[in-house]
Design a protein around this ligand. Structure first.
Ligand SMILES: Nc1ncnc2c1ncn2[C@@H]1O[C@H](COP(=O)(O)OP(=O)(O)OP(=O)(O)O)[C@@H](O)[C@H]1O
Ligand SMILES: [Mg+2]
Length: 594
């Protein structure tokens, strides 16, 4: 804003009017002063002329015959007194016969007046006028001279008046003029001040309101109701203020709506301005990049520390059109894969900035990999028994069938591999049924002990073969569980089967159940070979086996624990494992109480 000191408009108007008035009045004064001075002088001159010609007439009448000095002097004294002027009468040769200002004695010594300019003029042209210093009376005077005499010039009569008298009159007039003009000036000043204050009041109010609008305060309205341009302007400002206010409110609300949408978006969103500085980052993106400090106004590289993201932002801002897409892998510190789309934001041909959207596709990629691995695993698992079946069948066909003893062994291998295939297919079907939710489960309260006993008796043969003892530690009064009995048995069968398979010769298995809030916790504890700690997180994945060769040798497919996990989850429980190498493992799962 302007920092120069402000001069209020009413003072400006007053100042302007006073200058104009002063100039006009000064011009008026000079004109009038000149006029009055001239006029006064002319009037006095005219008076002198008239009076001189009157005196001349008297002279011509009274002194037509004789010419008496004494009388002439008395005449001039008389007339001078009557008119309040100096009257001088001279002979045609310039000898002064009478003078109203001189006594008889001085009259004798007065010098000849013939060469006085007015006398010379009067003699040559019949009338003489002059303004000059009088040596006789020692004053500046106005002289007027006429020759007199009826047929020839008998003398000259001269009337004079001190110029100081004229000046006195004109200066008195001048004073009156100055006083009246000063009064007029003061009146003009006062009136113009009042008028300008009156005119500028609405302007002041408007300027004050406009300033408060500029500060963002829309609560003030201009209260000017004059029916003229000023009133129109006030109305326009009020309307403009309302419009701006409502537009601002609209912008604010749409902006906050947009911000709320952007900030709460699951996808990460980054908005940059036309220079590539960050304007906004969604909560999810801040969390992904662990941004805790201020980021607004910084370059993406400074905030997310990734050169690829900076490149995308730069290219979008440079190209100003199209969509830029890229897949980037970040270590944050876990590996995450993002598909990034960046678009420039333009208005007309002008670039306003850019928007970058981050889709986290890590899970998608992981699932893709799981699927690929699964297909590879399934094919592999199917191929082994199939190759074996095909091989033995061919051997039999090529004649081994006649060797009774070998033929029987081969057929047994074919049979067991076919079983293995059947189990594999059965397990896979189970898994896919559970995963797709197609596995039928009838949840009803059931007692745990009979289920455990049935499973243990099923595994008696295997455990007995390796002298493994199986104990149960379940309170007879244990609450019933809410489960599908068949599926519960499937869980236990898998876990106890593993506990037998991965146990040591003469090992021990304990099946324990305890109650907790809302759940029954079932533990299958073995004294087997244990599982290395780093394998534990992946243990429940499909086809995952710690020791592939051993598991396969034992007829395992690596699907057992995956099935366990899925069934437990679909029954509403959790499964976990704790294991120490060479000491044994504990598999623990929960089932809701009935
Ligand atoms: N009680 C245990 N002690 C030691 N290792 C175990 C135990 N239970 C499971 N494992 C390990 O976890 C792997 C996965 O077990 P899972 O039951 O899923 O497959 P499997 O027993 O090999 O085959 P399947 O159960 O399909 O016959 C096993 O191969 C084994 O290495
Ligand atoms: Mg198993």
């Amino acid at each position: 804003m302007n920092s120069k000191p402000k001069i209020p408009i009413h003072l400006k108007i007053t100042f302007l009017i006073s200058i104009i008035a002063a100039l006009a009045l000064a011009g008026f004064y000079f004109y009038l002063n000149n006029y009055l001075t001239d006029n006064t002088f002319n009037r006095i001159k005219l008076r002198l002329e008239r009076e001189a010609s009157l005196a001349k007439t008297f002279l011509e009448k009274d002194f037509s015959g004789i010419f008496n000095y004494q009388e002439l002097d008395a005449f001039s004294d008389q007339v001078g007194r009557d008119l309040g002027l100096r009257v001088t009468i001279m002979g045609p040769a310039g000898t002064v016969f009478g003078d109203s200002e001189l006594d008889k004695e001085s009259l004798k010594t007065v010098e000849n007046h013939l060469n006085r300019p007015e006398v010379q003029q009067a003699l040559s042209s019949g009338k003489g006028v002059s303004r000059r210093y009088s040596k006789t009376v020692k004053k500046y005077m106005l002289y007027l001279a006429y020759p007199f005499g009826n047929d020839h010039v008998r003398g000259i009569i001269r009337l004079s008046i001190p110029l100081s008298d004229i000046e006195t009159i004109s200066s008195r007039l001048k004073r009156v003029l100055i006083i009246s003009l000063s009064f007029s000036f003061a009146a003009i000043l006062l009136v113009s001040f009042l008028v300008s204050v009156f005119i500028s009041r609405p302007l002041r109010e408007m300027s004050w309101t406009a300033a408060s609008i500029a500060r963002g305060d829309f609560s003030n309205k201009i209260l000017v109701h004059s029916n003229d341009e000023v009133g129109d302007l006030a109305e326009s400002i009020n309307y403009m203020s309302e419009q701006i206010n409502s537009r601002i409110q609209e912008v604010i609300s749409s902006r906050s709506r947009l911000e709320a949408v952007l900030l709460s978006m699951f996808e990460g969103v980054m908005v940059v301005d036309k220079d590539g500085s960050i304007l906004l980052m969604s909560e999810s993106l801040k969390k992904t990049f662990q941004v805790t400090s201020e980021f607004i106004g910084k370059r993406p590289l400074e905030v997310v520390r990734n050169i690829e993201i900076q490149e995308i932002v730069d290219s979008v801002i440079e190209l100003k059109e199209g969509v830029e897409s890229r897949e980037i892998t970040l270590l944050l510190p876990d590996e995450k894969i993002f598909l990034i789309h960046a678009v420039p934001v333009t208005r007309g041909n002008n670039l306003e900035g850019g928007v970058v959207v981050f889709h986290d596709i890590s899970e998608l990629r992981r699932l893709e990999k799981v699927r690929q691995d699964f297909v590879a695993n399934v094919s592999h698992e199917l191929r082994t028994p199939l190759t074996s079946i095909k091989g033995y069948a061919e051997t039999l066909l090529q004649g081994a069938i006649d060797d009774k003893k070998n033929a029987r062994d081969f057929l047994e291998i074919i049979h067991s591999d076919a079983d293995r295939l059947a189990k594999l297919v059965e397990d896979l079907l189970d898994l896919s049924r559970i995963e797709s939710g197609k596995l039928k489960m009838t949840l009803k309260p059931c007692r745990l002990i009979p289920v455990v006993e049935r499973v243990v008796s099923l595994l008696k043969k295997q455990s007995g073969a390796r002298s493994i003892t199986i104990e149960t530690d379940i309170n007879k009064n244990l609450s019933m569980v809410m489960a599908d009995e068949k599926r519960l048995a499937q869980i236990l069968l898998n876990l106890i089967d593993n506990a037998v398979k991965y146990n040591k010769e003469g090992g021990k298995i304990i099946i324990k159940a305890t109650e907790s809030k809302g759940f029954i916790i079932i533990e299958v504890i073995d004294s087997g070979i244990g599982i290395p700690e780093k394998e534990l997180p992946r243990l429940f994945e499909r086809f995952y086996r710690v020791d592939k060769a051993r598991s396969r040798e034992l007829g395992g497919t690596g699907l057992g624990l995956a099935i366990v996990k899925h069934i437990v989850h679909s029954l509403g429980g959790e499964v976990s494992v704790e294991s120490y190498l060479e000491q044994g493992s504990t598999f623990r799962f929960t089932i809701p109480k009935a």
